[in-house]
Ligand binder design. Structure first.
Ligand code: MRU
Length: 367
């Protein structure tokens, strides 16, 4: 996607051929900054602090993290140590583990002197595959938007989205936003309701920013607004991303997604989830019971960060001293509330049969 008119990915190999560049997402939307990462620790810190975030992107970041670790020491022990350190950074998105498994498979049987090159090769492939997958998701989702546009007599297609499953959450294009960008580029009238997504405000800070960069009409709303809009016919469809989908089609996504799915069901609004296949965890079935839900620091909940009128970035406390605070980062939407899963292989039913038929080669891990 373009930033200030310049094509940009969220992660890249620097000109030196080994260090890794990222967009620092913690300074958006007020400052567009980049970081150069040179060590495993740099990468682990960037993932944990959410300078890079979003399920597919943290997978690619972790893959490059192993590359950086192998440059320092390409032994089996260090490979294991690096994977353990990266795996511990964020527990919910399965893409991280998937990418680590891919890298380990690519280097394990290589002699030590060939390991670094093999790891970089596979990491670059994973990044490119992510872009191709998102393009395919975009084309399948575009058809859904076109169908709604054809049925509507007037006005744009109103899509509600939660969190950031845009190009900042992946390498390029986005998962939930891919159909939106393609529709917009095709001249279809489209407008996006952007849930602000407390506590970290990925919707208000990131989705709104990237939609704005691409010129897509959008409106930021408080998280509690979606139900009201749906009751008044102001939402034609919901498209969200996901951090992990189980074999039976349960979807784990940013906290608050479940409530939107309930409101959508009650109002007959189609609720779609866009996902690349590495987000499917065929080893789990019951999302509610089996997916680990990350709990993050209290300060994300008890404070807000923003820009003051004179341009300073300030963080202020919004909770009384002494009040307990809970910060569950994700929730699970049961498959029965989901209209369809938009994948690179088409729009699937959120069922075991739907997922297995589309991805038979991955369904082996099914329980
Ligand atoms: O905690 P984050 O910001 O890394 O959460 C990931 C997300 O942005 C969402 O849950 C998203 O919808 C899935 S990632 C495409």
């Amino acid at each position: 996607m373009k930033v200030d008119g310049k094509p940009t990915r969220t992660i890249w190999l620097e000109a030196d051929g080994w260090s890794i560049g990222i967009i620092d997402q913690t300074t958006l939307p007020h400052r567009f900054t980049k970081q150069r990462l040179t060590t495993l620790d740099d990468m682990a810190r960037a993932i944990k602090s959410m300078q890079v975030r979003g399920a597919p992107l943290i997978g690619v970041a972790a893959a490059y993290g192993v590359c950086l670790a192998l440059r320092a020491d390409s032994s089996d022990e260090n490979l294991e140590r690096a994977c353990a350190a990266l795996l511990a950074t964020r527990p919910t998105a399965i893409n991280l583990k998937w990418a680590l498994d891919e890298i380990v498979a690519a280097v394990r049987n290589q002699p030590r002197e060939a390991r670094i090159a093999a790891a970089y090769r596979r990491a670059a492939e994973i990044a490119d595959e992510d872009v191709a997958i998102n393009q395919a998701i975009g084309h399948h989702g575009l058809k859904l938007i076109e169908d709604i546009a054809a049925r509507k007599n007037s006005g744009p297609v109103n899509v509600l989205t939660h969190c950031n499953a845009g190009w900042l959450a992946v390498v390029d294009l986005g998962s939930a936003t891919a159909p939106i960008y393609l529709a917009h580029d095709k001249g279809i009238g489209i407008h996006v309701w952007v849930d602000e997504t407390r506590p970290r405000n990925q919707g208000a800070s990131l989705t709104a920013w990237e939609l704005g960069q691409h010129g897509v009409p959008h409106t930021v709303i408080a998280d509690n607004t979606g139900g009201h809009l749906m009751q008044h016919g102001m939402v034609d469809m919901v498209i969200v991303g996901t951090d992990r989908v189980t074999a039976q089609g349960d979807v784990c996504n940013k906290i608050g997604t479940y409530l939107k799915a309930l409101a959508a069901k009650d109002n007959g609004v189609p609720f779609y989830v866009a996902l690349p296949s590495p987000t499917i965890d065929f080893t789990l079935s019951d999302g509610l019971r089996e997916i680990p839900i990350e709990q993050r620091g209290a300060e994300e909940q008890s404070t807000m960060t923003g820009r003051t009128p004179d341009g300073r970035i300030e963080t202020v406390q919004i909770v009384p001293d002494g009040s307990a605070v809970a910060n569950y980062a994700f929730d699970v939407t049961p498959a029965r509330l989901i209209t369809g899963l938009i994948t690179e292989r088409g729009v699937l039913k959120a069922t075991r049969e739907g997922l297995t038929a589309a991805f038979p080669e991955r369904a082996g891990g099914n329980r």
